[in-house]
Design a protein around this ligand. Structure first.
Ligand code: T46
Length: 120
């Protein structure tokens, strides 16, 4: 099931720095980010891919359903990181202006890794 973790923030008079190091339960093979988004995105689960979602600016709402439990997570702090397992059906919506959603993925892009059928 998905898990929200808080990333360490190093603050000083110059601003804030957040680091991701030895925290993710996978090695990163791919990085992508979503911006200028509106409406609904996602709507699938994966066979293998594990992902970490971070809203670098703005905010958005992530719906997760692993076939047993469902939850909705608001991502609105750049030090909040949502870990998504392959079996987690997910959609993203409610993108505020200037939202940048960063995604770190455990696998290279492969359309065959997508499962487009929901649990319902
Ligand atoms: C996910 C959520 C969070 C690529 O060519 N390479 C890539 O690495 C990705 C992610 C996408 N694409 C292509 C495939 C489509 O032609 O970019 C286009 C848009 O992708 P998609 O419709 O899958 O975008 P989202 O926002 O619905 O889903 C994406 C990821 O695909 C998905 O794995 O978990 O973001």
């Amino acid at each position: 099931m998905s898990k929200l973790i808080k990333l360490p923030v190093i603050k000083d008079s110059r601003g804030s720095l957040t680091v991701i190091e030895k925290l993710l339960p996978f090695n990163i093979k791919r990085v992508y980010f979503i911006y200028n988004a509106n409406g609904l995105r996602g709507g699938h689960r994966h066979k293998l891919t594990r992902q970490a979602l971070i809203c670098l600016s703005g905010s958005c709402s992530i719906y997760i359903n692993n076939g047993i439990t469902e939850e909705k997570v608001e991502l609105k702090h750049p030090n909040h990181c949502l870990l998504i397992d392959p079996e987690d059906w997910h959609t993203m919506q409610g993108f505020k202006n200037n939202t940048i959603l960063l995604v770190l993925a455990s696998e290279y892009y492969d359309v065959k890794d997508y499962i487009n059928e929901s649990y319902d």
